[in-house]
Every structure is written in structure tokens, then in C-alpha cells.
Design a protein around this ligand. Sequence first.
Ligand code: MG
Length: 391
Amino acid sequence: MTDHRPSPVRLVRGSVLRSARDVEDIDSATETLLVEAVDDEGRVGLGEADTASDAALVLLQMADAHAWNAGIGGRVTGMDPFLAGAIHDRLVRATVFQGAGIARHVISAVDIALHDLAARQLNRPLFHLLGGARRDCVDPYATIYAGPVGQRTLDEMMDETCALLERAVSYGYRGVKMEVLFGDLASDRDLAACIRAGRDVVGDDVRLLIDFGYRWNDWRDAESLLRAVESCGIWLAEATLPHDDLDSHARLAARSSTRIGGAELASSREECRAWLDHAKVDVLQPDVTRAGGLTGLRRICDDADARGVLVVPHCWKTGIAAAATRHLQVATANVPLVEHLDPRLWNSPLRRDLVGPEPRLIDGRFALPEAPGLGVTLDRAIVATYLEERA
Ligand code: MG
């Protein structure tokens, strides 16, 4: 642990891990593209992408076609992990023919792995590479999801949701997000009652965020629901309108007294800038595993900060993405909250078991990370259990 010599990347390994397939569910922690960057000393940096994992693995492993259509993994071999920012920019240029979608997700996973590896080589926590701490703790909110509706009634969905909210509050969370993905089970009037019930369960001192799961097409419908629940003091309204409908987001954000979020599916800084300057949302929600890794997210946070906008990153993957998002928050002033999928509240084997340890919630917060790199270790037995056999 005393050897702090920089060491180049010897190989980049990609694995698709999958614990379940359920087209009715929105649980994106059922699968992941795991990326490992291994150095000459055998140290491993970890990354992952929240994307179409099978397609992502092809982009990671493919041979170069030409200068602007390159295989991503091969371009990283032999590189110094401390040059993650420059490597990110070179990879973007080398994959420009692949578009700003899945290729950027793969680059995000690689960028996280390079940061982890470099910080492990330094034997320091990753946020030290991001300029150090801008806060004295990590401030998470717990995402509350009762699962797909299936054959359940609205009352059954709400019973489960309220039970989870109660548990989150009992663990000490100071912020919670209710996933109200009840579809046609609930009219907008029903939904207002559900939100009031959720507020009653958590009390007035807990930040309440609501994920509407892209419920509306008409911004006026979203605005009237948000007005109906104004007394609930919703901290953030997420996924109200179709993701790419920036005009409607702009109209809603201009009219609503509630913070409007967006950009959780964005895969580039440029896309996020359109959300800032065109959609004019109050909160950007890019995901560190999609929008350029830590290199990309830092730039997006700076763009947002220059416009007085907050960033609350989307994060619904394994403990690797969760750890990367915590380090980002520690190092970034305008990230007031991070999404946290607590394994005690959502039963997802890859989220719970792929890496550890989980940070300890004390008084609703996590202490600053102290372990080297991301501060999490891969469980090889879990990798073997969920590794998909490739043809
Ligand atoms: Mg969400």
C-alpha cells in the first residue's frame, strides 16, 4: 500500500452481469456493464454503465474500424490513468461516428474506472483527484419504489410505498423520493391523494421528491397536479414530461412553483446545456454512468453552476455508480443531494452484493469516504454468479 508509482493500464475488461429480465419493471440494477481497468501491478479500477449492456460490450471490445469509429477498450490500453480527462476527450473524438449514445455510456464507465484506478495508485480517496471536498458529508435521498404494478390495486401499491417510506424515515433519511409509477391505476386526483399520504408518512422535516415516470404529454396537466399538491412542499418533480420535449419542460418550469428536474437520460455535456438554456429546468439529473463519467459530470456541474442550477444525479445501478456519485457530490458545491438506492429498501442482488462495503447512514448522512479510490471492492463470486455466458 506504500507504492504510489503511476502505472499504465494493462487491460480493460468488460462483463455483462444480469440478475433478472422483466420488461414490466423499471429496475435498471438488474443488469450492468462492468468495466475493469487493470494496471501492471494488478490493481483494478471499477466502472459501469447504465445502458444497453450487450451493445455496450460490443463497443468496448470491437476492433478499430477507422480513426473516428474506434473500439473503446483498445484505445485505453497502455494509457496513464491519471490522464482520464484527456483520455475521455480522445475517446469521444475516436467514437464520433457512433453518436452520442451508447458509446458515451461506455466512455463513462471507462472514465470512472480510470479515476478509481488512479486514486488507488495514489492510495487516496477518489474525490482527492477531483480537487478535494467542498462539503463535510454526503447527503443522500432514498429512492422508494414499490415495484411494477402487476395485478395489484392502487391501495396495495400505496400500502407498500408507505411501508417503505416509513422504513426510510426510521433509518434516518432526511430525503426520500416516491416513485409514483401507478399508470392508469391512478387518476391525477388519485395521484394527488397518494402524494399527500406520502407527505403525511414522512412528516414535514424530510425532503420529498417525486418521480412521475414521464406521466404526462401535456405540460398543463403536470402543472395542475403540481399546483394541487403545492401544500406538500415537493422538493423536486422528476420525469414529468417526455424526456426530449424541452419546450414543454420550459413552459412547465416557468409556470410551476415546484423545482422541475430533467436530463436523467442525457449522454453529453451539449445535451445538458440544451436542458439548461432551452428547457430551463431547476435541477439537472445526469447520470455519471451515462454522461461522460466523472470528467463529463464535472463539466456539466460547472455549466449548471454558472447558471445557478443544481445537479442531483440520477443513479440506479450497483454500488459502483453509487460510490462514484458520492465522490462527485463531495467534490462539487452545486450537488446538494445524491440518489441512493438503499439495498435494505430495494431488493436487487447486483445493487446489494456486487461491491461493498455500503456506507453507513449516520444521522441521515454518510461520512466522507476515506478508503482508496471509489472505496468499494468487487465480489468475484457475485461476478461469476451473474456473468452472462457470451456466445
Ligand atoms: Mg427516476
